[in-house]
Design a protein around this ligand. Sequence first.
Ligand code: GLU
Length: 458
Amino acid sequence: MLTTRFAPSPTGYLHIGGLRTALYSYLYARANNGKFVLRIEDTDLKRNSEEATVAIREAFDWCGLDYDGEVTYQSKRFDVYAEYVKKLLDEGKAYKCYMTKEELDELRATQEANKQRPKYDGRYRDFTGTPPEGIDPVIRIKAPLRGEIKFKDGIKGDVKFNVEDILDDFIIARSDGTPTYNFTVVIDDALMGITHVIRGDDHLSNTPKQIVLYDALGFSVPEFFHVAMINGEDGKKLSKRHGATDVMEYKKMGYLPEALLNFLVRLGWSHGDDEIFSMEDMLKFFDPHDINKSSSTYNAQKLDWLNAHYIKTFPYERLAKDMKFFGVDFDSLKKGELLLDILRERSKTLVDIANGALSIINAPTEYDQKAYDKFITPESLEILSKFKDILTLNLDASGYETITKEFLEQNGLKLKDLAQALRVSLTGNSVSPSIFEVLEVIGSEEIKKRIDAILNKK
Ligand code: GLU
């Protein structure tokens, strides 16, 4: 069965680059009735694996991704790795190396002086003598000494490494018995039945080592897809300098998970000129073989644009539900749906909606100084005071529009003579959606109160 995996090293939060490879792996598995599994690579015991999984699970939940079966923790599998180390030792495919740190440093220094690539020189590869005392050996794999390691990468095509340029008898278990990264990945990918490995191309140089291990262990090699990195707009690897990297930060900034996934799927993959992809579309069209070879550029405006698109088009119920996280309960408002509708038209994020909503729901406690100075004048206060008198009933937006137009006509005024001063008195500043809809949301009684407040302001 087609099986993919996401195998993060726990860093405390899920990085958006990680979410992209997780999404690619997820889509490929789900679209092919395969399996998508989660493995936490927490062999570095100093880090807290449980916390990291909670963070990853939370991000997956928010994005609506799920995985099959139980989470695998590498930290709980040391006995499995030890068993395979022993097997390789027994079969003569790996060996104990007693080289001391001093000897290794000396070798490094000589190689450096001779401008050679630092590599282990194989001195214990065929060692049959008596081991030196008091040294806990590391275990090294007997890697091929020459030739090429080739594989077909689903994205990069034929990839070839010259053994002499890249390999040595690398360590598979440290002197304290703990297995190394390349070893645990291979054991787990093989035992978990992973058929397709989709991961960042920062792992490309690990792949020949892993292939050596697959061969030594007699496991079949999965198909690899090495995805090029995401860069910031300055061409450098994406980091916090360019924007948030923690997936859950995006939630806090008011992005919808659908927009984030849409953004991420397009970073490195395309389907014609299409920009908008629902989960259904992604499942229909995504194929990891079509992922771009070159790196992609993080583009904050694009994410905003996508987010604005989803904010405009999602059903009221869905947005109202998400808005609760930002402290606004539209369902509890008399004109909640209207308020959300007028705000979503002009908002890039849910935070924009929340700010807009709160400035309409709550009477201003202070006024934006610039707007106040510009629009609140003796003349405009007089107009507001007169306008107040025509507010008797609660009307809908077009009702307010009709009575306002009559009012302006009777007093020889233009809308601009009233609208900005009215906005400032109702919301505290001069930016708000269409004034008549704002009037409908607030209602006549409250409008009058807010006008009184500005009239009485000392
Ligand atoms: N644990 C590795 C990482 O987080 C990924 C390993 C893999 O995908 O092969 O970078």
